[in-house]
Design a protein around this ligand. Sequence first.
Ligand code: MLT
Length: 308
Amino acid sequence: MKVLVSDPLSEQGLTKLNEHFTVDVLTGLSEEELVEKIPDYEALVIRSGTQVTRKVIEAADKMKIIGRAGVGVDNIDVEAATEKGIIVVNAPEGNMLSAAEHTVAMMLALSRNIPQANSSLKSKKWERKKFMGVEVNGKTLGVIGLGRIGAEVAKRAQGLEMDILAYDPFISEERAKELGVKLMSVQEIAKEADFITVHTPLTKETRNIIDKEEFDMMKDNARIINCARGGIINEEALAEALKNGKIAGAAVDVFVNEPPFDSPLLECENLIATPHLGASTQEAQINVAVSVADEVISVLRGGSAKNA
Ligand code: MLT
């Protein structure tokens, strides 16, 4: 049987797949190229780069499983896959700690202007006054989405002595208590938090969950972090809030269009950004690749999938 890997996958995952199947690694394919090649394969393994559209799925006549080496399946037309009887699996746990650590790194970098100060010093300037920061100690962090990653972020932020507010319609008061967080609506968090971080998947319900209306409610010194998915926070509204000083700053790892070279966000001085690096650690990439390889092996041998 043949497996197509169409985004870079760690060696450990490829080795596992190679022990059982013929594996082709073909990255950077256009939709047309993918449509042309896909009929030959029983499995497709991707990260966030490949867009698995309905057109691609309709051409995938032998396909049994699509494996996403990561959490978000928003780059797969899951409905089309289900209609065609193709199992879609992800790797929900392998990169959660890396994503949580990146979020905390972004929050601290944002609060102390580290990227801007680094660039300034490297251009031979000594601007100590310009980069006055704020402490996170004693501040309130609003976590929108208290799933696996959101809960890990909350735990780490509590270690930094922050108070945590959270919005998550799927979390019970009991679980919130256990995590030491106070549940609130998005609007209440917008009004009260000093820092806000989003950790939901991108769905119809969460798209633009933070929009102009919420920015208008925020404190002037609020700081926003998005290491989850582009589109959860409305990018135009965020750019506007940053430009007119409605909020103090933002740290963004993910964008509606990636790479985001036309995004108004990149023009904002009080925005720090990374190129979708939340899961980019050696540990996370091994974890997700091995997890997805195991799922593909199981399904192609007639077994079941754990994370379908
Ligand atoms: C994920 O959904 O797992 C992350 O965004 C990481 C990635 O896309 O590789």
